[in-house]
Design a protein around this ligand. Structure first.
Ligand code: MN3
Length: 240
C-alpha cells in the first residue's frame, strides 16, 4: 500500500477487502460446484414458462441442489476432484444425498441450456431430424412418445431423449433427480440431448396439476440448436 493511502479511508477499505479475499478465497475452494446464472433473462420463456416459476426454480430449487452438494464435500472430499459430468457416471460410489443433489445440479444446468428465448431456438434439422424421422417416423411421433414418458412418470422426475452408447435415439424417464448418465441399476443409460423436468415445482404455478399441457406447450421453448449440437457430440466414434 502506498503511504499516502494510509490517510484515505476508501483506499484503506479497498486494501482491507483485498487482504480479506486472500484469506477467505482458499476456504471457498471447497465450494467446488457453482450455480451459474440463467443463460437468458428469467422472463425470456414467457408465456410458456412464467418468470416467477423460472426465478424460484433457478434461484431457490437449483441453488439448493448446488449448496447441498457442496455441503457433502466435507464427508466425501473426493467429490471436489470430479467434474459435474464425471460425477454422474460414478454416482453409485456416493451417498443418496450426493445422488439427489449432484443429479439435481446436473439436470437443471442441462435443462436451462435446452431452452432459449424466441429467435434463438432454431428447429430440428440436418442429422438430428434425419435420426428422429428414422427412429420414430416423424418429429410429431417423437413428441407424442416423449410427452407420454413425461406423463407416465409417477411423482417427480424427468423425461429424456438420449443417444445410447450404440448411437441409438431412445426416450426414457427417471425418478427424482436421477439421470441417464448415472451408473445405477434400472437406468437406461446414454447421453441426454433433451430433458424435461416434470417435478411440480417446474410448472405448478402456471399449470397447476396439468402436467400434460405443460409438456405439450414446452416444445415452444426448446433450444433445437443446442439439441442438435448435443446430438452431434454424442455420436459414438466410427470404426476406421
Ligand atoms: Mn426442477
Amino acid at each position: 500500500m502506498h503511504p499516502a493511502a494510509m490517510f484515505r479511508p476508501l483506499a484503506l477499505l479497498r486494501h482491507a477487502a483485498a487482504t480479506l479475499t486472500l484469506i477467505v478465497a482458499p476456504c471457498l475452494a471447497s465450494a467446488q460446484f457453482a450455480l451459474q446464472p440463467l443463460p437468458y433473462p428469467s422472463d425470456a420463456l414467457e408465456p410458456f414458462i412464467d418468470q416467477v416459476t423460472m426465478e424460484i426454480h433457478h434461484g431457490r430449487h437449483h441453488k439448493a441442489y448446488v449448496d447441498n452438494l457442496n455441503a457433502q464435500i466435507e464427508q466425501a472430499p473426493e467429490l471436489a476432484a470430479l467434474s459435474l459430468d464425471t460425477l454422474q457416471g460414478q454416482i453409485s460410489r456416493f451417498s443418496t444425498a450426493v445422488r439427489n443433489n449432484g443429479g439435481g445440479h446436473y439436470n437443471h444446468t442441462l435443462f436451462w441450456d435446452l431452452m432459449a428465448p424466441e429467435g434463438q431456438r432454431g428447429a430440428p434439422e440436418g442429422a438430428l431430424l434425419a435420426d428422429i424421422v428414422g427412429t420414430f417416423g416423424s418429429l410429431e411421433a417423437l413428441q407424442t412418445q416423449f410427452e407420454a414418458a413425461a406423463l407416465g412418470r409417477f411423482g417427480s422426475g424427468w423425461a429424456w431423449l438420449i443417444v445410447t452408447p450404440a448411437g441409438e435415439l431412445v426416450i426414457t424417464s427417471t425418478p427424482n433427480q436421477d439421470n441417464p448418465l448415472m451408473d445405477l441399476p434400472g437406468i437406461v443409460r446414454g447421453t441426454p440431448i433433451l430433458a424435461l423436468d416434470v417435478w411440480e415445482h417446474a410448472y405448478y404455478l402456471k399449470y397447476q396439476n396439468r402436467r400434460g399441457e405443460y409438456a405439450d406447450l414446452w416444445w415452444n421453448v426448446v433450444n433445437w440448436n443446442e439439441v442438435g449440437r448435443r446430438h452431434a457430440a454424442a455420436q459414438p466414434a466410427r470404426q476406421p
